[in-house]
Design a protein around this ligand. Sequence first.
Ligand code: AHR
Length: 661
Amino acid sequence: MPGHDGFRLHNDQGLGPTRPQLAERNPKQPIEAVQFGTGLLPLEHYELLAQSSGFQSQFVARYEQGPDVGDHRESDCDHQSDLTEWNGAFPERHFDDRQRYFLRGTDALQNHLQIRTDGTLRQTPALHHPGDQSRIPMRALPASFVLIGMGLSVPALAADKVELSVDVSKTGAKIDRNIFGQFAEHLGRGVYEGIWVGPDSKIPNTRGIRNDVVAALKALKVPNVRWPGGCFADEYHWRKGIDAQRTVTLNPNWGGVIEPNTFGTDEYMDFLNQIGSDAYVSVNVGSGTPQEAAEWLEYMTTAQPTTLAKERVANGHAAPYKVPYLGIGNESWDCGGNMTPDYYLSQMKTYSRFVRNFNPAQQDKQQMLKIAVGPGGDGPRWTEWTETVMKAYQHHTWSWDINGLSMHNYTVVKWPPSYASVGFGETEYSQILKSTLEMDGLIRKHSAIMDMYDPDKKVALVVDEWGGWYAPLPGSNPGFLVQQNSIRDAILAALNLNIFARHADRVRMANIAQMINVLQAMIMTDKEKMVLTPTYYVFKMYMPFQDATFVPVAFDAGTYTHGNISLPRVDAIAAKDANGKLWLEITNLDPNRAVEIEANLVGVTAKSAAGETLTAPKVDSVNSFDAPNTVVPNPVSAKVQSGKLALKLEPKSVTVVSVEQ
Ligand code: AHR
């Protein structure tokens, strides 16, 4: 957002003192052992070590083993001088490209790539001869398929076929349906026009809320909607948005436009009721008071005949509302008040203590979960924030508690957002997808800190703002954050949802930004017209994963390369739903080549499979009001034979199939 000046993910690569310290060593020496900082490595792990004798820098990537396998990459360039060497040695200047260098890099680097498992150093022949196919043989790394699938891929002529191995007997955590949450801020045409048209509008509506949007969202089973912001939340005063007479104010964060307050608490609750979703209310910590927030919760949740409850009843809502999720501030390190971690902590404790939920149905079971402000990047500033909140949580007393730590991470590449959302080519396609995959490292980094203070994972990591953030559409109000939504966004969404699913034990809630007409929206409207975006269809296709149980998928992703960007060619997750049905999602990132998938299904007697795929003619294909069906799901045929599932993925596609047993 405006004001994010240089501290976001891409400008802050964690080179500061809080990143794991690697052992000091002579860079000319072969790497035999590497020591990492404490608390960040599981007992079982693989390490991939790359050394180049031709350069002074040494590189290390490490990969964890387990159902949520992924990558965590660090370079051992401890000093700026090393970084300079590094940059001097390679054509790109993006330090965050480091994980790719040894993979697509020079022969010198590949010749020194070593793989060490469980303390035994060995060399991988395929990687020793860059001239040959240079793919790590799947059998050579039995527990590392997914590791490869999550980003370690080798520059080679990728095979036509990608093999997956799905073992249904090895299940992981529940994929909380709340990771499919959404975010509706008073911003641009998100709430006004997108949701609220008013009861007198010619656009068909129910009590002012447009019917077409409600029908589309209801079909998605949206688990929760975060409201009223965002930055807006820390300037929102709820009393101005209740009762018959609304106070007209301004929205200084987003274009300085009039805020009519016609969509307030009761309208939000009505909207949730119409679409069948839960409330995630962000209270004002920045410019409000604990008293104001406490009274808001009393207005919403008490069943007792207090003055505030009577006011709610007079506004037509006799029964108390349920508020399952409470956000205590938003980005308090920036637009939410530019607080230090310690200052926020003391504010948060006060809000946690006094902002109570009185709903009788939310006292024992279904208690309101409180979500504290968390990090917005991966550098020292953010690790310090996570550390401060989680350290305090470890010693929290009866008088305050939190159940979630928020994290915000947009795919933006650099601030201010300048990538076009439509009318771009393969270079921008691959750059954005590369950037979005950094979500995994960010989650790992903050989860590792959380693990130190909350090993039982009681506190969820709540990624309550994520998505692509591009340049405003030409001609639109820049404060309204209007952008198009293409097949690239569909793939971006799938990759992020897969990352969340792989971290399901810690990431139990997420909110895409935003729901309608703003940023990576589900829906776009123009007066009476409405169009569903490619991202909407991804969320629709992923519905079977809501509350399903994660099933690990092992695979060698192969590589999709464009220019100097190398990405995993495919990504995949699997899950078992409540009825025991197996679901698979497979994304083909490669915009040019189809891929044959052969999935070995273990622990299930598969009879048939069917599903849907979402693809498009071009990397920037969108659905417009005139052509709303350019990017829509189509049936995909899959064959099952001798326990193997075979299907072909179109280029740049997202596919979900279910397996009949
Ligand atoms: O989603 C737009 C803005 O991005 C939100 O208001 C803020 O929290 C974030 O910086």
